[in-house]
Write a protein that binds this ligand. Structure first.
Ligand code: NAI
Length: 257
């Protein structure tokens, strides 16, 4: 089903982006890895072997995004799936986080998705189909302490995703969101340098391989939205229905940053 599909992935030099690229190649798809670190991209691409390529692409640089998308189209003639995965978090209280850090995180986590989608969508519309998969987060659904900035960026990603899905209905382009809880990746090196959050939530951290597999399944089944782990999906629904009760029941669990 994914055989021969060209999949452009942002933030693919590490974590779930890199693992999803490897899984896609195993299924016969053609992953195009992008990221800021050329040496790491080259290493990931070499590990995958043939039938993949890589380009340096910083999602905060619109010109670079457009240039890379043009090159990928020249190389393969199409982009079937865009995996908007690049992103980072910094767990800090609102009082202690400077405004510039709010701006920078929004510029990557949200505006990065806007830029990549803006560059790729015209080609998908021209080819009459495509799938845009955005990696949001459980933080896109539920607020928690020390996460005003990160949570806001991921709420923005989900708002964007849900609206774009409605807008593109009937045009052959599917739009999906993945909302994972904590995953054991390098994400925490920046988000939580002291390691205290990772220590507190270690017992329910997901393996990145599990999340990458779930992302591939979303690509195969074109599911609109996936919360991970699956058990969390129920908690998230409860939050939507009874936010105050859920805050009392689960607040302690999420406020461990
Ligand atoms: P990761 O840190 O290994 O991967 C994120 C990648 O994005 C890195 O390679 C990083 O260099 C890249 N990136 C950051 N800024 C970029 C930019 N301006 N341009 C291009 N690439 C850039 O961590 P992970 O966990 O694989 O993160 C992937 C996505 O999953 C992120 O969007 C993150 O917010 C999201 N996520 C992660 C969770 C976790 O607990 N690890 C939980 C929920 C969502």
């Amino acid at each position: 089903m994914l055989n021969g599909k060209v999949v452009l992935i942002s933030g693919a030099s590490s974590g779930i982006g890199a693992l999803t690229a490897a899984l896609l190649a195993k299924r016969g798809a053609v992953p195009v890895l992008t990221g800021r670190n050329e040496a790491r991209l080259a290493k990931q691409a070499a590990a995958i072997g043939r039938n993949c390529s890589y380009y340096v692409m910083d999602v905060t640089d619109m010109r670079q995004v457009e240039a890379v998308v043009r090159k990928v189209i020249q190389q393969y003639g199409r982009i079937d799936i865009l995996l908007n995965n690049a992103g980072y978090g910094q767990f800090e209280t609102f009082a202690d986080m400077p405004v510039e850090q709010f701006e920078a995180m929004m510029d990557t986590n949200y505006m990065g998705i806007v830029r990549c989608t803006k560059a790729v969508l015209p080609y998908m519309l021209k080819q009459g189909g495509g799938h845009i998969v955005n990696v949001a987060s459980m933080a896109g659904k539920i607020g928690s302490a020390k996460s005003t900035s990160y949570t806001a960026t991921k709420h923005a990603v989900l708002g964007f995703t849900n609206s774009l899905r409605m807008e593109l209905r009937g045009q052959g382009i599917r739009v999906s969101a993945i909302n994972p809880g904590p995953i054991d990746t390098e994400f925490f090196a920046i988000a939580d340098p002291t390691g205290s959050y990772a220590k507190n939530v270690g017992w329910f951290m997901m393996k990145p391989e599990y999340v990458a597999n779930a992302i591939v399944r979303v690509m195969e089944r074109k599911k609109s939205e996936l919360d991970l782990p699956h058990a969390a999906s129920l908690g998230i629904k409860l939050y939507g229905l009874f936010p105050r009760v859920a805050d009392r029941l689960f607040g302690g669990l999420f406020n461990r940053k």
